[in-house]
Design a binder for this molecule. Sequence first.
Ligand SMILES: Cc1ncc(COP(=O)(O)O)c(C=O)c1O
Length: 424
Amino acid sequence: MLFERARKSLAGGVSSPVRATSPVPLYFSSGGGARLKDVDGNEYIDYQLGWGPNILGYCHPRMVEAMRALAERPYNYGAQHELEIAVAERIQSSVPCAERVAFTSSGSEAVQLVQRLARAFTGRPLILKFEGHYHGWMDSVLHSHHPAAAQTGPRENPKVVRESVGQVANSVENIVVAPWNDVELLERLLTQNSGKVAAVIMEPILCNSGCLMPRPGYLQAARELTSHHGALLIFDEVITGFRVAVGGAQSHYGVIPDCATFGKAVGGGLPLSVVAGRREIMEQMFTKGVVFGGSFNGNPTSLTGANAALEELARDGGAAIQRANRTGEKLRTGLLQLSRAHGIPLQVTGFGAALCLHFTNRNEMWEYRDILEDDAERLRRFLFLAMEEGVILVPDGRMYVSTVHDDRDVEETLAPLGRAFARL
Ligand SMILES: Cc1ncc(COP(=O)(O)O)c(C=O)c1O
């Protein structure tokens, strides 16, 4: 029954070159670690991690203990409480830009707030974003995430492409789109829009379009250019946060943005997101009339998850996340060896804890347009075979590695994925 359902979903085809339709088992439970069970009792090694949040895997003892303790306390207050301070301090101790911290519930909301803060701070209307980068599903910023090749326009001046039917038409007027990883074009677009760009927002590692890494020096150059042009630099660390390093990509690369957004892993599986940034930008919420609301902002339930997860992640100098990154590197090496042995052209991009498989003949990939050449049909078939073999990936070929995936998981992943390569 399960595979029938998945087959039907796959028969729907591929909606865009990089958005493979997902094979979807009906999940039911987990015995812990990185394993999930479906309604039919099949077990999977999971690399989807709920699209990223479950960075400590499933039923982690520290999370279970914390959530049990919460059960007999209020789930929400309409006021300040101690956990807000505790979690804010944990974030401040690892995230370099976090002079002040605000809590929201989803990454999409955090991005709305940070855009408003940037426009208020600079008095400018435009946000410059990059092709292939995703910053949530709201009308104001859902542009040029996965445009089809025919929609993209010239590389030196990409079209601003709305991603959703029903999205406000004039939202495109507030956005400038640039190709990522190209310093010269960023400089040119900032100059062309001189005095109008409030902020440049980017995923510091392009996780949402194939886990592409920044070119050496690119983040530093973006920092210098934004400062020069009077625009804020915003890192959207909803995926990189607490995953590439405990302090996010900004601590890993030593490039400090003006503000950053976090989500997914920060709540350890509970819905929480964060805006962190320079004091004078953040305090506009109290001093300059920047409106910010949300019934669930800073709720104790999500903050209980965050407090436990951040404690685990920071323990022993970030040992758990370093281990996750090493485990991911073993997986990458094994996958490349296997694909070569089967004569299948494959690239595995990203960093240990967030990898992405590309069926491609390219040797290098640096921006969204590069991944348009990936063989989406082959990926779709591979995802389905992997699922049949008991391994779940993110539907675009990403693999998130948690702190509890271990060497046995790697072995027990490579063997079935080898069979999947053989069956391709
Ligand atoms: C980089 C990035 N920003 C923002 C978001 C939106 O977060 P949410 O799905 O929690 O609204 C996502 C979600 O995938 C993301 O990857």
